[in-house]
Each structure stands twice: as structure tokens, then as C-alpha cells.
Design a protein around this ligand. Structure first.
Ligand code: SF4
Length: 683
């Protein structure tokens, strides 16, 4: 029997996940021997999700699997294969000096805007996730707008209504909720502990709206299963019932909502039977949901998957009217949540953290939907920085993006923990330290908490924390501002000192996680909304000025025609975006990539369980194993996202089928509106 740990550290999972689990790192003789869930943490309660408990105890701490030294390309990119990439190890001095010289030359000849900065949420901790923007703000590089790959349409839509998309309800108030409506989120995969604890323990009814019968939908009191793209019509159907049955909170609306009088006649004129047919949701279920939700107090959780549609912005505007018109706001157990991402709510100074003052002008920006297009143009893109993401596996237009990354005249620098599909095509690969190897702070985007990420071991090999890499690079480029001189610890201490939270990093380390505020709080308690009118704007002049309809529209996307299916590509419970796609045990568990079809759709195409189908559209094709599942509506196919290309037989994942069409707002992804044909693959 092994000896017990002689040291236990409390830290926090920094993955792009609603849960932000507390963890215990067990050490023996100074070495980390296990990473577990913290039994004292209110979310994890002693258990991590399967993917993290697998990976953090294997690949994450394995120097043979991690990148441990800077690598410089020594062979043409076109020669890159799934085998050993053509790199040679170099010292940090060589790497930093060479990269700085190359960037200087590009700035002189093409301007800083020819340097692209692509990053996302590979880690959500503050120093590793936000503070590197100090370098890019100072440089003036073009930012590939991070949220356009994920949730930008929802942000734009909610800002029209509420003036904010980042100040959601406090999940602790679920104790007061008579109903929780989860719409287009996928907690089983994306918030596993909310699925396992928060929802089942909530005293109220749980309604899930999802085209897929996810495990969360299956355990709900009521599951509404609309056809993808019909969510706005379903929201209007609920409003129609609420209006018909006297469930509109007229007093709240009169005091705090702008535009109901414009919309009300349109809602009254709707035909509930027609809306039921358009959405595929039975009329009785629509009426039951309205009657459970509207009297309240009720919480509405709007998921990010909901708005990854061609009409995702309108969908979010339509759904977000529900709390405003039913008066499910400004009281305990009521509210709506998209993301709790406002650092100021936790008294943290994001502008200081990101070095906003260093930007001499607003950064040039490009949508992820245009990323491949820009990257293949030598006049617009001379260099690319990739950090906290693996774009070749996660971005649209995968084949085109690969060709762009293969440009020999594109100077690509990638910061990573592991060799990935993207690093394979980089000129420099810089080894990043894992969350176990440096101190940081985490502001979870579901619970109103602030957590410490604590250094439990030295970085493997020569790996460095993200921010240290950019600090060294900035200094090598002659950036002399104080932001390039401050140490990590100085930044953490300053952030906490300015917060007024009466915590130092050392005191937070001891506690692991604190709540801010300590007691549950009511969303919009002061009944003030940061819109031009100060009211919740159903009718939005700002939207109209942006070329959007003044009012949310009751509409559904056209159903796929010509034998096509609408392809959904949600998260797998064993992957997180593309994180963990290289973990051996997880790859074994995932098995062969598959497409799920409604059995009737499979039969119509002469397909059988287990055989290979070819999935095709104008963007690409993919061969996948067929599984039949009656948890999907007719006309809908499902392929999980996040697999690494190098592990797949065709060196492609589901994003090879995503043409990068933009949603109606924010130049954001419409990945759940992709349509495909599915047929038996030629043998
Ligand atoms: S990915 Fe999410 S559920 Fe898994 S350990 Fe991290 S925070 Fe917890």
C-alpha cells in the first residue's frame, strides 16, 4: 500500500467549463502524486469529471507527452505529417530573440496589423487567459475576435435587451426558484456538476429545451424538443400562451420594459397550432411549460449552443424576453443567465489586467468566420500567434485553414502544452506551463466565485507560464512599460488589493474559493438596466441602427430540403472543446468517430448501425460510423466536436463540414446550422 500524501494543496480547474471545480493536489516527498476533487468545494464535492481526473493524473504531468522545450521548424511545412514534426530544440534566448526580430521586421514592412492574434479559452485563468493581451495591445496586432467562434451573437442580442450579457443570475438562488428553464445548454457535457447536483437538488420544476435528448433533458420534469432553428418560434409560442392566460406581469412591464405595446398585438395574433407544427413541440407541452415558467419565481439559463445558428441573435432576443414579460427578474429565485463573465462584478480590474491603456487605437479585428480567408492572404497576414486554442481542430473551413497554415511565408508561433494539429504547422512551438505549475486566479462564469489556482509543481522541462513568455517577448521587442516589468505575483497582489475584497493571494490560497458577494444575491436588484432607455429594451433603436429588426422576430429557419439533414456538433462529455483529444484513455473511450441519426432517417438512406456513412456538403466530406438514436428529431444528425485531426483516419473532424457562415449578429458562428447529405460510403 502506498504511503499517504504528506502535503495537500487546494487549487482550481481552469478549463472552459461552467463548474470551475475545486481540486486537491496530493504530494509526497515534494512530488505530485494525485489530483482529485476537493470534498469541501461546493461544486466538485470531491469528484472531478471523468476527463479531468483522467488527464490530470496522466498526460498533464507526463514529460514524455508534454512539450518541454522551445522548438524551431527546420523543414518545409508541406512535409508535415502525423509523425514527428520537423523541429529542432532551441533555447528560450534563441527563440525569443528570433521571434522578436521577425515581428520587428513585419511591423516595419507591413505594419502590426499584419500580425494575427488567435486565442480563446484553453485556460480561463486570468493571468494565462487575459493578461497576455498586454503584449498584443502594445503591439497593435489584429485580433481574431475570440467570441466569434463561440458565443458572440448571444452577447450582442442580450446587450440590446438588457445592456449586458455578462451579469447573470446567482445560481445559489435556485433554492427560491419554482422553475428552472434550461434552454440550449448541455449541462451533462458542459457543466457536469450542475447536471449532477445543482439541477436535481433545485426544489422547482426543471424544463429543458433542446433538440437533443441529452442526459440533462432526460432527467428533466419536462423536455421540449424543438427542431433546430425554431427556438424563436417556440419562445413566441410560450409568450402567446402567457399573454392568452393572463401570465404577463403587466406592472413589471409597465415599469421596466420598453416595446411590449409594439409587440403585444403580434403575439396575440399568433396561431399556436402553427407554431407547434413549426417547432415540432406538442401544443400541450408548450402550454405546460408556459404555465410552469411564468408564475415563477423562475430562472432561465440560456446556453451558448442555442445561439450558434444562422438566426442565433434573433433566437436569443426572443428567448430573453421571457423573464422580462413574466416579471421573472429582480427577486430571489428569478433571473436569466448567459455567462457570469463581468470581472467588475467580482471587483477585478480587467483593463489593468489586459493592459488596455497600451493600445494606441482600437485593435483591428477579424471574425473567426473569416480567419481562413484572411490567413491565406499574404497582404493581410504575415505572422500568426496562437495561444490557448487549437484552431485547426476547432475553426470552420478546416481544409482551407490547413492550406493557409501551410504557407511557408506565414510566420506562425504557437504556445501549447502538447503537440497538436496546429503546432505541427508552426514555425516556433513554445512550451506552456500547465495550471498545476503556476499561481493564478479564476473567476468562474457560472457561480459568482473567485478561486485560486495554485502552483503545485515546477513547470515540466523548460515550459513557462503564458504570461512569462509574452513578458520576455515584449522586453525583447523593447516594450518598456510597467506591464512588462510586473511579476505574476505583483499582478495578483495588485488585482486583489484593488478589489477591496480583503484577501491576499496567500489568504485565498488557503480558502481555495470564496463567493463574491458572500451571500446569494438578486440579479438586477436595483432594477436598473444599462440600456439607452434604462429599461429592458424589447424594442431596440440600437438594434435598428445596426441593421437589425427593431423587435425580435417570430420566425424559424427553413427546414433542410433536398434530402439534407441539419448537423449539430455539440460537446462530448469526454472532451472540452479540443482539450483532452490527445489523452490515451479518453481516445479509447471515445472509440471511432460516429454520426448519430434518427432511425427513420437512417432507414430512409438504407443505412444500418455500425456501417460507414459519407457525410458531404459544399465545404467538405467526412466518413463516419453510423449510430441510430431516437433521441434526435427526424432531419437532424449529430457529430460530437473536439477530436484531433491527427488521430482520425481522414485527418479531419466535423469542422471540415463547417463553411463558416455567420449568424445574424456579431459575425459569430452558425455551426449548428450546417446542412449535410448522408449516404453509405463506397466500400
Ligand atoms: S472540466 Fe469542468 S467538470 Fe471537469 S474538473 Fe474541470 S471544472 Fe470540473
Amino acid at each position: 500500500m502506498s504511503r499517504p500524501a504528506d502535503e495537500v494543496l487546494i487549487t482550481t480547474c481552469p478549463r472552459d467549463c461552467y463548474d470551475s471545480c475545486g481540486m486537491r493536489v496530493l504530494k509526497r516527498d515534494g512530488a505530485v502524486v494525485a489530483v482529485r476533487g476537493d470534498p469541501q468545494h461546493p461544486v466538485s464535492r470531491g469528484t472531478l469529471c471523468g476527463k479531468c481526473s483522467t488527464a490530470y493524473n496522466r498526460e498533464w504531468r507526463d514529460p514524455a507527452r508534454r512539450l518541454t522545450q522551445p522548438l524551431r521548424r527546420v523543414a518545409p511545412k508541406a512535409a508535415a505529417s502525423g509523425a514527428m514534426p520537423p523541429f529542432e530544440p532551441v533555447s528560450w534566448e534563441q527563440a525569443i530573440g528570433d521571434i522578436a526580430a521577425r515581428l520587428d521586421a513585419i511591423v516595419s514592412t507591413h505594419g502590426p496589423q499584419a500580425i494575427l492574434n488567435a486565442h480563446y479559452t484553453g485556460t480561463i485563468s486570468l493571468l494565462a487567459g487575459i493578461a497576455p493581451m498586454r503584449f498584443f495591445n502594445r503591439l497593435g496586432a489584429t485580433e481574431v475576435t475570440p467570441d466569434t467562434i463561440c458565443n458572440m451573437a448571444g452577447h450582442v442580442a442580450l446587450r440590446y435587451l438588457y445592456g449586458t450579457s455578462l451579469d447573470g443570475f446567482d445560481p445559489r438562488t435556485a433554492a427560491h426558484a419554482a422553475c428552472i428553464l434550461v434552454w440550449g445548454a448541455n449541462p451533462h457535457a458542459s457543466a457536469p456538476h450542475a447536471h449532477e447536483h445543482w439541477l436535481p437538488e433545485a426544489p422547482g420544476k426543471v424544463i429543458v429545451v433542446d433538440p437533443v435528448r441529452t442526459p440533462t433533458a432526460a432527467q428533466a420534469d419536462l423536455h421540449l424538443q424543438p427542431f433546430p432553428g425554431s427556438d424563436a418560434a417556440l419562445a413566441f409560442a410560450l409568450l402567446h400562451v402567457m399573454q392568452r392566460d393572463g401570465l404577463i406581469d403587466e406592472a413589471f412591464v409597465a415599469a421596466h420594459v420598453k416595446g411590449w405595446e409594439e409587440l403585444a398585438p403580434r403575439v396575440a395574433a399568433l396561431d399556436l397550432a402553427a407554431l407547434g407544427a413549426a417547432t415540432g413541440v406538442p401544443r400541450a407541452s408548450i402550454e405546460r411549460a408556459a404555465h410552469w415558467y411564468a408564475p415563477g419565481p423562475s430562472l432561465l439559463w440560456l446556453g451558448q449552443g442555442l445561439q450558434r445558428q444562422i438566426s442565433g441573435g434573433n433566437v436569443m432576443r426572443a428567448c430573453a424576453m421571457l423573464p422580462a414579460l413574466s416579471g421573472n427578474l429582480c427577486k430571489p429565485g428569478a433571473g436569466l443567465l448567459y455567462l457570469n463573465g463581468n470581472l467588475a462584478q467580482r471587483h477585478l480590474d480587467e483593463a489593468y489586467l489586459s493592459g488596455a491603456r497600451l493600445a494606441s487605437a482600437p485593435l483591428p479585428a477579424v471574425s473567426h468566420m473569416d480567419f481562413a480567408n484572411v490567413l491565406e492572404d499574404p497582404r493581410r497576414a504575415r505572422a500568426l500567434f496562437v495561444w490557448n486554442m487549437n484552431p485547426l481542430a476547432s475553426c470552420p473551413q478546416q481544409a482551407r485553414l490547413r492550406r493557409a497554415l501551410e504557407r511557408e511565408d506565414l510566420f506562425t508561433v504557437a504556445l501549447e502544452l502538447f503537440p497538436t494539429d496546429t503546432t505541427e504547422l508552426a514555425d516556433y512551438v513554445l512550451p506552456a506551463a500547465s495550471f498545476l505549475e503556476f499561481d493564478d486566479l479564476i473567476a468562474p462564469y457560472f457561480n459568482l466565485a473567485l478561486s485560486a489556482q495554485v502552483r503545485a509543481m515546477a513547470p515540466l522541462g523548460a515550459a513557462l507560464p503564458n504570461l512569462e513568455i509574452f513578458r520576455r517577448l515584449g522586453r525583447a521587442m523593447g516594450f518598456a512599460e510597467r506591464e512588462f516589468l510586473e511579476s505574476d505575483r505583483e499582478i495578483l497582489d495588485r488585482l486583489l488589493e484593488r478589489s477591496g475584497l480583503d484577501e491576499t493571494f496567500d489568504s485565498l490560497k488557503q480558502k481555495g474559493t470564496i463567493f463574491v458577494p458572500p451571500e446569494p444575491c438578486v440579479q438586477f436588484a436595483d432594477r436598473s438596466f444599462a440600456t439607452p432607455s434604462g429599461r429592458i429594451e424589447i424594442a431596440s433603436d440600437a438594434a435598428q441602427a445596426d441593421g437589425q429588426p427593431r423587435l425580435p422576430q417570430c420566425r424559424s429557419d427553413p427546414r433542410p430540403a433536398g434530402g439534407r439533414l441539419r448537423l449539430l456538433s455539440p460537446a462530448d462529455a469526454w472532451l472540452l472543446n479540443t482539450s483532452f483529444g490527445n489523452v490515451g484513455k479518453i481516445k479509447t473511450r471515445l472509440g471511432t468517430a460516429s454520426i448519430a441519426l434518427n432511425p427513420a432517417d437512417g432507414a430512409e438512406r438504407g443505412l444500418h448501425e455500425g456501417e460507414t456513412a459519407r457525410i458531404v456538403n459544399a465545404c467538405g466530406s467526412l466518413d463516419l460510423k453510423v449510430t441510430m438514436w431516437d433521441g434526435l428529431p427526424r432531419g437532424v444528425a449529430l457529430v460530437h466536436k473536439g477530436r484531433w485531426l491527427g488521430s482520425e483516419p481522414g485527418h479531419a473532424n466535423v469542422n471540415v463540414l463547417n463553411p463558416g457562415v455567420k449568424s445574424d449578429m456579431g459575425e459569430s458562428t452558425a455551426v449548428h446550422s450546417v446542412e449535410v447529405t448522408v449516404a453509405r460510403a463506397a466500400s
